[in-house]
Design a protein. Structure first.
Length: 517
């Protein structure tokens, strides 16, 4: 397509965000909903028009701005899937805020629309510094959403979120400056094929790791996440867990692995070690939580650790499984936060002990909550099962020890999610306040049912999500295999990690920025 669909997907919510600032509360709600639905429709066009067997970079747009900096957009299969996830969740977030947000509604809607612009821009950017602008600017609207419309300790949580993510990204910016000077370009497709010296790669990898590890978030730099989730409004938690956490995983996939393959292979022990600790430790922490939001927040850290382990398994199953976990977790965690928001709007507490017996007077809620609970623990036929299975298969080929530790974390995940569901939904109603809670309204059903359908779609027919990324995975594996000396940069003794043979994949050339597909 020669039509600049990516720029249009950025322009629509941006214009709507500005318009919302001059509208009444009711008009701002409808404007935000209309803009996000239009972007969702464009996302469907993007999905259906994407040529699975075509060029790696499609829908490319290129316009020089100044110097090496350019307005360069384009997507591959990975970016396509994450953009689809973003535009799918955004109208749901607007709907979830319809009644919950009553103060400064126009500004709130503008902040969410700006978040959508920056998320799509991050995934579509093909210029190094354009990516950085979108990546870092995403802090601003979420900082405002938590700090203005959050809970009692919202100021503390918003500043903690902002400082953690900003400090990590400063090192990445310095690394980007070095890369652009050394390679003589800021084009991401060109840099993906540029071979930095192995001794330099380690420092560049660590600089990017400082940013992406916080975004994921990885243990031990995860402590901002529970506070941010607990204090954020429901829709803020949905988009934070659903999409913003995926920026770190996308960064590893787009930069760390293909641009610094030797460093990625030599430091795989660091990623595996931190991720293995995160899977078990945060699962145990989730098991003792009394606040529903905190429990789901800690579960997010555990699921994101499965992502990092899969990405650094250096095989197709691990990488594709990590992407599927990101997509599945984006849907399921968003739905779980919506489920918490539904009952919070009725009883105004997230304490698990205040509930019980909801299946009696909220049967529709109980059914949907059960589906998302089962999906979170990886029940076959749901979204998370496919991703976790592939990630564990890929990890098992590399390290039996790490695969066993991850499996232990998944078992603990089943424990805390089932324990949460039993205490909230089963049993007898012991409180008259709980007995008076009505079942899901029509608006709430419209928010949860589409996510339920997507969760089942991913579980029953995962090929529709695996197909767009398969060619990109082959190109990435060819890049890693071509750039990594066999046996030199991967630890093979004393760590349980063994080299993995990759299927031979013909190298695919990257088109120059500006080429149309």
């Amino acid at each position: 397509m020669s039509f600049p669909i990516l720029s249009l997907m950025l322009a629509i919510p941006a214009v709507a965000a500005i318009a919302c600032l001059f509208l009444s509360a009711s008009a701002a709600r409808w404007t935000a909903l209309a803009a996000t639905l239009v972007d969702l429709a464009l996302g469907v066009v993007l999905w259906t028009s994407f040529d699975v067997g075509g060029a790696q970079w499609q829908f490319v747009e290129y316009a020089p701005v100044f110097g090496r900096f350019a307005w360069a957009l384009g997507i591959d299969g990975y970016a396509l899937l994450l953009i689809a996830l973003s535009v799918f969740l955004m109208p749901i977030c607007i709907g979830a805020s319809w009644q919950a947000i009553e103060k400064r509604v126009p500004e709130y809607m503008a902040a969410f629309l700006l978040t959508e612009v920056l998320m799509i821009g991050t995934f579509a950017a093909q210029d190094l510094f354009l990516f950085y602008i979108f990546f870092e600017a995403g802090l601003i609207p979420m900082f405002l959403i938590i700090g203005i419309w959050g809970g009692v300790n919202r100021i503390y949580a918003s500043y903690k979120f902002f400082l953690y993510t900003l400090l990590g990204s400063l090192l990445m910016f310095i690394a980007m400056l070095y890369m652009s000077i050394t390679a003589g370009t800021t084009s991401i497709p060109v840099l993906l094929n540029y071979d930095f010296p192995p001794q330099v790669q380690t420092w560049l990898w660590l600089a990017f790791f400082a940013s992406f590890a916080v975004k994921m978030p990885m243990w031990p730099v995860h402590t901002w996440l529970p506070d941010a989730h607990v204090q954020a409004p429901t829709a803020g938690s949905v988009i934070l867990a659903g999409v913003l956490l995926k920026l770190g995983g996308y960064g590893f996939l787009r930069f760390s692995l293909p641009m610094f393959p030797e460093a990625s292979a030599s430091l795989v022990w660091l990623v595996f070690g931190l991720s293995a600790v995160a899977v078990i430790y945060t699962s145990l922490v989730a098991l003792v939580q009394s606040d529903m939001k905190k429990l789901i927040a800690y579960s997010s850290v555990a699921h994101m650790a499965i992502v990092t382990i899969g990405l650094f398994a250096f095989n197709a199953q691990g990488i594709e499984g990590a992407m599927m976990v990101m997509l599945g977790h984006g849907l399921v965690s968003g739905a779980l936060f919506l489920c918490v928001g539904v009952i919070y709007d009725r009883l105004h507490t997230r304490e698990i002990s205040r509930y019980g017996g909801l299946a009696i007077n909220m049967p529709r809620y109980a059914i949907l909550f059960l589906l998302f609970t089962m999906a979170s623990i990886g029940l076959p036929g749901t979204s998370n099962f496919v991703g976790e299975l592939l990630s564990l298969m890929g990890t098992y080929k590399v390290s039996t020890t790490i695969a066993l530790l991850c499996t232990t974390g998944i078992i603990l995940g089943a424990a805390y999610m089932l324990y949460l569901y039993r205490r909230v939904v089963w049993g007898e109603i012991t409180s008259e306040e709980v007995r008076a809670m009505p079942d899901l309204s029509g608006r709430e059903l419209w928010l949860l049912v589409p996510i339920a359908a997507a969760v089942l779609w991913m579980g029953v027919y995962p090929e529709s999500f695996l197909a767009p990324m398969r060619k990109d995975t082959q190109i990435l594996l060819a890049r890693i295999e071509r750039a990594t000396p066999a046996g030199d940069s991967r630890p093979t003794k004393g760590t349980g990690i063994v080299p993995v043979a990759h299927a031979e994949t013909p190298a695919t050339g990257h088109e120059a920025p500006g080429s149309a597909h």
